[in-house]
Ligand binder design. Structure first.
Ligand code: PFF
Length: 505
């Protein structure tokens, strides 16, 4: 009952907030170009398979971990088994690291939205992006504003802050993406070529690397393996069905990604076909699209504004969910009020984001480089290739193997234990049990290993040593384990109820 007062007010509120976490730059920017680079519709098919077979399973495991624990990630894991608490610490470290660089991209996006009002700013000028990002002050100022908005929403709490923002912002985002997708289909003859480039199925081009890319994209896009869903799940009550909510979130996330690709590639095909081949990476959203908007004539600045508002909303609702994980933990573990904790965490993440901004933007002649990588790439690689999969595996292991310690290898016994524990699985119960216990952890393990091996080759060719990335990730995991067993194993790490008591004082 305590959850009602403090947690999400309705199932819809939770679904929209979780969808807000899932829909982000990964959908509007990474997904479209990854599709076009990895075999078009062939990639989409594999992506959907990854979402359905692995993504949904991990998402259900994470939401349920939170829902049953009614607590921050560390306590949620501890409530399954005391020795698994370190997964909760990793699940706090990862999102906190991600906030520090994701908000830099959020800041850039905010600047582009604001500048849609000023067509004379020559956004389409190829140097404009480089001038902006290499400026030592401007990107930081926009990151600051972005972070401040994030903090204000989190300070409002789950129901009055996060849920309210999601209920207001997510329908707007959806309307914009549908509108822009339809609009771009009518831009002229070249639309067909653009769509052909985007979706033409080519299984040869997909290859094994394409499959790995689809898997990584599915994880990042669904926000799994980062503690955010455990944290949001903890604020849900009986009214939320884990399976149904997962289905809705995954559907919404995939739909937005597909529509964004449709919009981007139809417009490119019609207005700037020469750029189709180079439409990837940071340049797609921040360099090529502004040129395309300019070619739309008078309507262009309206579309540009709508597009960048949509990207800002997507980035904002994602960063909110990522920052919430550490805020929740600190509030509950140290019995502090949400408002002050949010401000402290936002300031820390903002301060860390400053060198990242300089590093990725190339300010000070690009001197802020770590082992040959800009800081954003370095941290993103650490999180994506090692930490997130480890955390996703943690959720599967906790749910598949530890809910009832007496159950060993038989997935049907696991199913019974889960149902007894309170997870309603219905028709898909047997499949879920087999997947969460065996298939998902195994597939994730294989993907991590293959991913690391593949990246070694890729980065070595660029003259960069990938060992630093893997080493960095392993060090973070080791720190998480040590911190857990030294400081949190035998301590009360609090729960949502603690937070409520502190707030009401
Ligand atoms: N899912 C978001 C995207 O697709 O951009 C990114 C994200 C959100 C990553 C939440 C991590 C996270 F915890």
């Amino acid at each position: 009952m305590e959850n009602k007062k403090h947690g999400f007010g309705s199932a819809l509120g939770f679904i929209l907030a979780a969808a807000g976490s899932a829909v982000g730059l990964g959908n509007l920017w990474a997904f479209p170009y990854k599709v076009s680079q990895n075999g078009g519709a062939a990639f989409v098919l594999v992506y959907i398979a990854c979402v359905v077979l692995i993504g949904c399973i991990v998402m259900m495991a994470e939401i349920y971990l939170g829902k049953r624990g009614k607590a921050n990630t560390v306590s949620a894991y501890k409530k399954v088994n005391k020795n698994l608490g370190f997964f909760g610490v990793i699940a706090i470290i990862i999102p906190t690291v991600i906030v520090c660089y994701y908000c830099v991209l959020g800041g850039w996006t905010l600047r582009y939205a604001v500048n849609s009002f000023q067509p004379n700013d020559a956004l389409s000028n190829a140097n404009s992006f480089a001038n902006f990002t290499s400026n030592p002050i401007m990107p930081i100022a926009f990151t600051f504003i972005f972070m401040a908005i994030t903090a204000v929403i989190i300070m409002g709490g789950i129901k009055n802050g996060i849920e309210r923002a999601a209920k207001f912002l997510m329908p707007i985002l959806f309307l914009i993406v549908v509108f822009i997708a339809i609009f771009s289909l009518f831009l002229g003859d070249g639309v067909k070529d653009g769509l052909n480039f985007y979706l033409n199925p080519d299984f040869k081009e997909l290859g094994f690397n394409g499959v790995l890319a689809a898997m990584g994209q599915a994880f990042f896009s669904l926000s799994i393996g980062m503690g955010t869903l455990i944290s949001y799940g903890s604020y849900t009550g009986k009214e939320i069905k884990v399976g149904k909510s997962t289905f809705m979130i995954c559907l919404f996330d995939s739909l937005v990604a597909l529509l964004a690709g449709l919009a981007i590639f139809s417009s490119l095909g019609a207005l700037q076909p020469d750029s189709l081949q180079e439409a990837h990476g940071v340049g797609l959203v921040y360099q090529i699209l502004p040129q395309v908007f300019e070619k739309m004539g008078g309507f262009g600045s309206v579309i540009s504004l709508l597009f960048f508002i949509m990207v800002v909303i997507a980035a904002l609702t994602s960063v909110i969910s990522i920052l919430e994980v550490s805020v929740q933990f600190i509030c509950q573990r140290y019995k502090k009020k949400r408002k002050s904790v949010t401000i402290i965490m936002a300031v820390i993440c903002f301060l860390v984001s400053v060198p990242i901004t300089w590093s990725v933007g190339g300010a000070f002649d690009g001197k802020i480089i770590l082992f040959g990588y800009d800081l954003l790439t370095f941290l993103d690689e650490i999180a994506n290739t090692v930490l997130m999969p480890v955390c996703a595996m943690g959720a599967c292991i906790a749910i598949g193997w530890f809910i009832d310690k007496k159950v060993r290898f038989n997935p049907m016994k696991t199913l019974r234990a889960l149902e007894k524990d309170g997870l309603e699985l219905g028709f898909f119960g047997k499949i879920f049990a087999v997947m969460v216990k065996y298939v998902a952890p195994l597939v994730i393990g294989v993907v991590v290993v293959m991913g690391i091996v593949g990246k070694y080759a890729e980065y070595m060719l660029k003259g960069l040593n990938y060992s630093y990335i893997v080493g960095g990730a392993l060090i973070l995991i080791a720190i998480a384990v040590i911190v857990y067993f030294m400081f949190f194993e035998n301590k009360d790490t609090g729960d949502n109820h603690t937070e409520e008591i502190v707030e009401s004082k």
